[in-house]
Design a protein around this ligand. Structure first.
Ligand SMILES: Cc1cc2nc3c(=O)[nH]c(=O)nc-3n(C[C@H](O)[C@H](O)[C@H](O)COP(=O)(O)O)c2cc1C
Length: 265
C-alpha cells in the first residue's frame, strides 16, 4: 500500500482543498486499491512556531510544544508521498504551515540522532516523494516562490521532489483565481471550462499521479536493494516504512516529556 498524505495549507475549505482533492483522486487512480490517501487540512488546527529550545535533540525528537503538530508529524512520518496544496500568502507559504515545517525538520534531527555516530548532526534519507501545488488570487504573484519553499524543505529532509508533466507543470502546479477571492473560484472556473483554471487542475492531477508513480518505483527499488541499503543507517527509516527491517529498528518517539514551550534566552 502506498500512503499518500495530502496537506491543504489554507485556513479555509477553498481552492487549495479543491486542487488537493484533484491530486489525490489522480494518485488513487495510479493503482486502484493499492493507494491509501489521507487528506489533512490545516483549517481549525493550531501550529505554534518553533521556540528554538533545541530540546527535541534530547527528547528523541519530541517537540515540547503540544498542539496539532504531533498529529500531523505522525502522519507525515508514516507517508510515502506528501502533497502540499497551499494558497500563496505574501509570495510564500501560509504561516501556519511554515510553523509546522520548521518544527518538523528540527524534531526529525532529534528523532533519528541515535542512528548516527555521536556528534554527527544528520538526517536519514526520508525518501518521501513530495509534490507541491500553489495558487493565488493574482497572476505571477508568488506561486513559484511558495512551491520552491516546499521543495527546499523536501530537499533538506532528503525527500524526492517531483513535478507534474510538461507543459503545465515545471516545478509543481501553479495557478491563479483570476482576481476572484471566493473559496470556490477555481472549482467554478474549471467547471465553466475557463482555460487557466483547467490548466492548474490538470497540473495538480499530474503532480498527484507522478508523485505516486515515483513512490511505487522507489518502493520496488528499495525492496530490490534492501540488503545493500541496510548497511547504511541513513536508509533505516525508509526500509522500515517498506517493511524491509523489523519495526522499531529506525526508532523514533512520539511520546516524550511535555515542556514549558518557552524559548531560550
Ligand atoms: C494573508 C494573505 C496573503 C495573500 N497573499 C497573496 C499573494 O502574495 N499572492 C496572491 O496571488 N494571493 C495572495 N493571497 C490570496 C490567496 O492566495 C487566494 O485568495 C487563494 O485563492 C486562497 O486560497 P484558499 O481558497 O485555498 O484559501 C493572500 C491572501 C491572504 C489571506
Amino acid at each position: 500500500m502506498v500512503r499518500v498524505l495530502g496537506i491543504s495549507g489554507s485556513p479555509r475549505k477553498g481552492n487549495s482543498q479543491f486542487l488537493l482533492e484533484q491530486a489525490l483522486e489522480a494518485a488513487r487512480a495510479v493503482s486502484p486499491g493499492n493507494v491509501e490517501c489521507t487528506p489533512y487540512s490545516l483549517r481549525g488546527k493550531k501550529f505554534a512556531p518553533c521556540v528554538s529550545c533545541f530540546r527535541c535533540g534530547d527528547l528523541s525528537g519530541e517537540c515540547v510544544v503540544k498542539d496539532d503538530f504531533q498529529e500531523l508529524r505522525d502522519l507525515w512520518v508514516a507517508a510515502d508521498v506528501v502533497i502540499y496544496s497551499v494558497p500563496v500568502y505574501h509570495m510564500g507559504v501560509p504561516g501556519q504551515l511554515k510553523c509546522f515545517l520548521d518544527r518538523l525538520g528540527n524534531s526529525l534531527f532529534g528523532r533519528y540522532r541515535h542512528l548516527f555516530p555521536p556528534g554527527v548532526d544528520s538526517l536519514p534519507k526520508m525518501l518521501k516523494v513530495v509534490g507541491a501545488i500553489a495558487q493565488g488570487v493574482h497572476l505571477c504573484s508568488g506561486q513559484e516562490h511558495a512551491i520552491t519553499d516546499l521543495i527546499n524543505h523536501a530537499l533538506i529532509l532528503q525527500c524526492i521532489p517531483v513535478t507534474g508533466d510538461m507543459w503545465q507543470s515545471y516545478i509543481g502546479a501553479a495557478g491563479w483565481t483570476s482576481n476572484d477571492i471566493a473559496r470556490d473560484a477555481l472549482a467554478r472556473q474549471a467547471a465553466a471550462g475557463q482555460t487557466d483554471a483547467a490548466i492548474v487542475v490538470r497540473a495538480a492531477r499530474d503532480v498527484g499521479r507522478r508523485a505516486t508513480e515515483i513512490a511505487l518505483v522507489l518502493r520496488e527499488g528499495g525492496r530490490h536493494l534492501r540488503d545493500t541499503l541496510r548497511g547504511d543507517p541513513a536508509y533505516l527509516p525508509f526500509l522500515e516504512r517498506l517493511g524491509c527491517v523489523d519495526p522499531g529498528v529506525a526508532g523514533g518517539n512520539s511520546g516524550g516529556e511535555p515542556g514549558t514551550g518557552q524559548g531560550t534566552d
